[in-house]
Structures are given as structure tokens and as C-alpha cells.
Ligand binder design. Structure first.
Ligand code: GUN
Length: 292
């Protein structure tokens, strides 16, 4: 039976460290500042943004939230980002995605000062990560959190291990593959056009699922002893809990996969809590860099 990697507990460890370091930095006259920007009324995004702002306050940060209406224009949003770029009290800027369709997401991301881009989405940070400049890069929060969980069971050096990342998004799949490569794993990125995905998955010592399809990865796709990192968060109907009820599941069929895996992350309580914790860590890092 697999070891269950507790993301909630690990996220609390990360946040506890951030709090301690924030006290130290604040004593020198610098308080880490995080600005979170949300446009529109998407309920899931509202929940995420509220917990980011709450966590930031709990860490002792200067935390500001800009909630803009759905009909906000692109120029208006660019102007807000530029204002935050110029604000010395702000060390991290996060614009919650997705943005409404009439706004060019790429343009907004590239407007963020790369040295305040705590999401790690700006080309400069993507380039730093891709070239292995990890000391100066901001690494996207979800893959950074996933790596920390992996480190708990496999250590920092993944030499000789094969990793398969299912999913090629800019937010998770691609940066995850780069982080695994930087840790010396032999990495394959799989996606919807990959032939015989189950067979490929079965070759993985480290299997990362980031596809956004509920329980797509079955137990018999998991090599015995493999470490399984489930990045998916999917809400599905749960009639057994009552009419209209739902529950959260990952991209991995957990009950099956844990029979084969050596270690596995659960959903909920796995990678999810790590994402916000890493955002706090990135914001603190940014403030320390600024403080010199
Ligand atoms: N939407 C879903 N995940 C993320 C994230 O990590 N950052 C931002 N900015 N938006 C998101």
C-alpha cells in the first residue's frame, strides 16, 4: 500500500517557515507585499483569490486585492498592472486566470514586471527556468509545490529515474517537465495525441498527472512502486452524498492507483494546498531579492 503524501501538512510547514522569515525581514523595514487581481465573477476564481489574499495576511504580508468588473477594458487592466509594477510596497503581482475573453491574457502577463511575476508566467521567467537559472527564476506555484512533495519521497536528485508528465500546459505540464529535468530525471511529456498512453505511463518511476480529466489515469497504468503526483482538481457529481451533491477527484483513480504506487498525493489535500503555500514562498523570495 502506498505512502500518502500529505500536501496539507507540507503546505503548513512551508507557510510556517514563510511566517518566521517574514518577521525577520519586516524587522529590517521591508514587509513583503502581494497584489492579487481578479476580473469578473467566476465563482471558482473568487474562491481561489480569497484564499490567496487570506493566506498572505496570515503570513504577515501587506496584502491587496483588486476585484474588477467583468467589463473592465484591456487598457485599464494594463494601467493597473503598470501601477503595481511601480509600487515599491508590492513585491508580487498575481493576475488570476482565466481573464474575460475580450482581454488578451498574453499581453497582461507580459506587462507584469518579471521580478514581481510570482506566478512565473512571464517569458523571462519561463526562459530562466528553461535554461536552468533557478536562482533567479520565479517557478510557477503548482509545479514548484509538486516538486517539493516529490522531494519528500525521492530526494532532490532524480538521477536515473524516468518521469512521465501527462499534460503540456504552460502553467503545469511544461514547467513541471523542466523542473524534473533540472533534477536530473529522464523526462517524457505526454498529451492527448500520445499513442498508447497507458503503456508509456507504466514506464514511469515518477508519474505526474495534469490533464484535468477526472480519474483518467487508472491503477494499472501505475508501475509498482512509482511515485504518483496528481495535479488534477475535478468536481464531479456525487449522488451517493445526496441529490445535487458533488465531490473533488484528481486526474488519477486514487483507490486503484494507491494499490500499485509506492507513494501518491491525494485529492483533496495533495498538490492543491501546496500551490498557495508556494505563492507565499515566491512573494517572500521577491521581497528578499528587493531587500538585497
Ligand atoms: N488560474 C488557475 N491557476 C492559476 C495560477 O496558478 N495562477 C493564476 N494567476 N491564475 C490561475
Amino acid at each position: 500500500m502506498a505512502e500518502i503524501i500529505d500536501g496539507k501538512a507540507l503546505a503548513e510547514d512551508v507557510v510556517a517557515k514563510v511566517k518566521t522569515e517574514t518577521v525577520r525581514l519586516t524587522e529590517t523595514g521591508v514587509t513583503p507585499g502581494l497584489a492579487v487581481v481578479i476580473v469578473g465573477e467566476d465563482p471558482a476564481s473568487q474562491v481561489y483569490v480569497a484564499s490567496k489574499s487570506r493566506r498572505a495576511k496570515e503570513c504577515g504580508f501587506h496584502s491587496v486585492q483588486h476585484s474588477l468588473p467583468e467589463e473592465t477594458g484591456e487598457e485599464e487592466l494594463v494601467a493597473l498592472v503598470e501601477e503595481l509594477n511601480a509600487d515599491p510596497a508590492i513585491h508580487g503581482i498575481l493576475v488570476q486566470l482565466p481573464l474575460p475573453k475580450h482581454i488578451d491574457e498574453g499581453r497582461i502577463i507580459q506587462t507584469i514586471d518579471p521580478d514581481k511575476d510570482v506566478d512565473g508566467f512571464h517569458f523571462i521567467n519561463v526562459g530562466r527556468l528553461g535554461t536552468g537559472e533557478l536562482d533567479s527564476a520565479f517557478v510557477p506555484c503548482t509545479p514548484a509545490g509538486a516538486m517539493l512533495m516529490l522531494e519528500r519521497v525521492r530526494g532532490r536528485d532524480l538521477s536515473g529515474l524516468s518521469a512521465v508528465v501527462i499534460g503540456r500546459s504552460n502553467i503545469v505540464g511544461k514547467p513541471m517537465a523542466n523542473l524534473l529535468l533540472a533534477a536530473n530525471a529522464t523526462v517524457t511529456i505526454a498529451h492527448s495525441r500520445t499513442k498508447d498512453l497507458p503503456a508509456l505511463a507504466r514506464t514511469a518511476d515518477i508519474l505526474v498527472a495534469a490533464v484535468g480529466r477526472p480519474e483518467m489515469i487508472r491503477g494499472d497504468w501505475v508501475k509498482p512502486g512509482a511515485t504518483v503526483i496528481d495535479v488534477g482538481i475535478n468536481r464531479i457529481p456525487a449522488p451517493e452524498k445526496g441529490e445535487g451533491k458533488t465531490r473533488l477527484v484528481g486526474d488519477v483513480a486514487f483507490a486503484e492507483a494507491k494499490e500499485n504506487a509506492g507513494a501518491i498525493t491525494p485529492v483533496p489535500g495533495g498538490v492543491g494546498p501546496m500551490t498557495i503555500a508556494m505563492l507565499m514562498a515566491n512573494t517572500l523570495t521577491s521581497a528578499f531579492r528587493k531587500a538585497g
